[in-house]
Write a protein that binds this ligand. Structure first.
Ligand code: B4P
Length: 193
């Protein structure tokens, strides 16, 4: 079983690459952002709560996010493993993930692949996506900047957590989607070979 965490700021290509990698390596793709958007569309209580944070570019509280993740893992068992896209985003989430993988599968995070992209390119990508996605969190530069600030304040410390465990690998996320996919695939190939 392998567990890949795809890491990086908003707009770095996590969602884009996670879908491709999940298909290639037959891993189950878990995007906490997608799960929140599904709940928003279905107007669930969880969706209403998540929307109030996402609209402002803030992170949804850890407890809510982690309970949703646990529920997903229990319902979607994949003996090959998972690709985590957008989780963990805080140190408590990283600790929760360790606990869940241990409790449910007697397993642990195998590798963290971090996509690095300069802020100006992130803003441009998200504004572009906002033109067609209808996502409220992509609609204004102010909210996008807020998401990037949240990343540096709350999510970046997670890097140290994984670096100290020698699980951290950095990949340049600027360039063609296919070229970045090749680079990420090589890292996972090395794990499954
Ligand atoms: P997410 O859904 O994770 O959204 P994201 O950070 O914007 O990244 P995403 O994966 O969608 O975009 P990608 O970089 O692939 O989170 C949204 C919100 O949900 C968060 O702000 C937060 O409020 C909440 N949330 C989610 N998880 C949470 C958690 N664990 N804890 C608390 N809150 C949580 O792509 C962006 C754009 O770039 C796309 O248009 C894509 O086509 C384009 N692109 C990708 N790769 C490219 C490339 N190489 N070149 C050019 N364009 C590229």
């Amino acid at each position: 079983m392998i567990h890949v965490v795809l890491f990086g700021p908003p707009g770095s290509g996590k969602g884009t690459q996670a879908k491709l990698l999940a298909e290639k390596f037959k891993l189950t793709h878990i995007s906490t952002g997608d799960l929140f958007r599904e709940n928003i569309q279905n107007a669930t209580e969880l969706g209403k709560l998540a929307q109030s944070y996402m609209n402002k570019g803030q992170l949804v509280p850890d407890e809510v996010t982690s309970n949703m993740l646990k529920d997903f893992l229990q319902k979607h068992h994949n003996p090959k493993g998972y690709i985590f896209d957008g989780y963990p985003r805080t140190i408590p989430q990283a600790q929760t993930l360790d606990g869940l993988l241990q409790e449910l599968f007697s397993s642990e995070v195998t590798i963290v692949l971090s996509l690095s992209v300069p802020d100006d390119i992130l803003v441009q990508r998200l504004l572009n996506r906002g033109l067609s996605s209808g996502r409220s969190d992509d609609a204004s530069e102010e909210v996008i900047q807020n998401r990037i600030q949240e990343y540096y304040a709350k999510t970046n410390p997670v890097a140290e957590f994984y670096k100290s465990q020698q699980k951290w690998q950095e990949i340049n996320g600027v360039g063609e989607v296919s070229a970045i996919f090749q680079k990420l695939s090589k890292k996972i190939d090395a794990l499954v070979a």
